[in-house]
Design a protein around this ligand. Sequence first.
Ligand code: ADP
Ligand code: ZN
Length: 212
Amino acid sequence: MKIMFLGAPGAGKGTQAEHTSARLGIPAISTGAIIREAIKNETAMGLAAKAYTEKGALVPDEVVIGIIKERLEMDDCKNGYILDGFPRTVVQAEALDAMGIEMDAVISIEVPDEAIIARMGGRRVCPKCSATYHVDFKPSKDGVTCDACGEALTLRRDDSPEVVADRLRIYHEQTEPLKDYYASKGRMKIVIGQDKVEDTTALTDAAIDSMK
Ligand code: ADP
Ligand code: ZN
């Protein structure tokens, strides 16, 4: 199955993508995580992307489209995959179409801006394996290190309040139009993000299973 998660930054796409990946046994592909990894490793792509992500701007379409093309050609994508954070612009969605890729399910996770702003301050990320946590909603077992690999959790620099406001503005301008784009293709379901992760998960599972 090919599944896409749409939604504002901090709406819970990554959490639901990871859950769905484990449930269905298909990889979750996060362009944000790939970009962060490249920045950490100081690759040419990472160095080019760094300035954009730090100020909350989108990385240029041609860079992200290149990343996705390369990733989707890998062997583990043969039986399906989950897209988390791609596409984020109409140009990116059109590139996916041009690659001949049709989604089986597009899930739009919807959370009001005020709730997102409140959530972002509590977000934590593992700098080593990219697992994500939240101090209130999805804490790691000891609250300070990663359950998966034991690394000390950190804050993402682009989760500061000023940058979050910019990311939300860009989301509404550039990414939200994709809801109409995919709704008109008839494979989109809206999931209203709940306060408890497991409640959102239950709604997400039901939405995906109804499109199998
Ligand atoms: P979030 O969903 O919380 O905004 P991500 O981890 O998906 O965070 O993305 C972090 C940053 O990486 C974005 O703010 C942006 O700069 C860059 N990025 C990720 N995916 C894309 C994309 N599809 N197009 C452009 N930039 C992207
Ligand atoms: Zn980790």
